[in-house]
Write a new protein. Structure first.
Length: 270
């Protein structure tokens, strides 16, 4: 059963870090003891999820990461959205760094490490419309970011999104879609597929020497809505040998979520 949220529980128009940190009952493990490093807001998020055979996706993972599955199936998501207010702790957002569209392709994993098998997200690619943000994320977070020419336009009843990769020597990757929410805001219920897909509180990345890193994040429970989407081009997953099946994806929309992120740390060897 879906829990419908009253308007007073929707994301606020201004960030409130203390309020974000005060809500921890939904987390699968405690917050990191060290201070958070980055604040960011995610807007007009579409989660488009497809089921894939587990061996097909597992073969694409780097050593040290285990595929996380639901009822024996792997899931891959294409996630377009736009970033705002991206800023380090204690600093204000700046126009040339803090605002840009982003498009990622992700699956779900656990680490094979001595410090726990926390379920998280692994990215096959992340395209962003800000070259400086791409350079910082590649250098300090070991994430496969790529420069792209992107637009994300929120209209009265939909979001129009376009991305074309412009990163030198990277595989071509185009994406063009129109998407919209189709129902009320609700929170996903623990134990369901929706909860397993959406409520994730860390990411994993791999450096050039094959070392696995974990990056913790924190936010309030996702304020999700059912959604529909029309994909004119959706080639960003196949650019990285992720071949989506010819079935309708599971679609969810979120208008806004404020997020805190911690510095990545190397996972301890098992």
């Amino acid at each position: 059963m879906k829990e419908i949220l009253p308007a007073t529980m929707w994301p606020r128009s201004r960030s409130n870090v203390a309020e974000i940190l005060s809500r921890q009952e939904h987390r699968p493990w405690p917050l990191p003891a060290r201070p958070w490093m980055i604040f960011q807001s995610w807007h007009d998020v579409l989660f488009a999820h497809w089921p894939l055979p587990a061996p097909q996706v597992a073969a694409l993972l780097p050593p040290g990461l285990m595929l996380d599955t639901y009822a024996g199936e792997a899931w891959v998501a294409v996630v377009p959205f736009r970033m705002t207010d991206v800023r380090p702790r204690f600093l204000p957002p700046v126009p040339w760094l803090s605002y840009f569209p982003e498009l990622n392709v992700r699956t779900y994993v656990r680490s094979c490490s001595a410090d726990g098998e926390k379920p998280g997200v692994y990215f096959f690619s992340l395209d962003a419309g800000n070259p400086l943000a791409v350079a910082i994320a590649r250098r300090f977070y070991h994430l496969p970011y790529f420069r792209a020419r992107m637009t994300c336009r929120a209209e009265e009843d939909c979001v129009r999104y376009h991305s074309r990769r412009a990163h030198r020597s990277a595989p071509d990757a185009d994406f063009r879609a129109v998407y919209r929410p189709t129902g009320s805001v609700y929170q996903v219920v623990s134990g369901t597929l929706e909860h397993w897909l959406i409520e994730r509180y860390c990411l994993y990345s791999v450096d050039g020497r094959g070392r696995i890193y974990r990056g913790e994040i924190h936010h309030a429970p996702w304020p999700i809505q059912p959604a529909e989407a029309e994909f004119e081009r959706n080639w960003v997953a196949q650019a990285h040998r992720v071949f989506l099946p010819d079935v309708d994806p599971l679609l969810h929309f979120a208008r806004r979520l404020d997020v805190l992120a911690w510095k990545i740390v190397e996972c301890a060897s098992a």
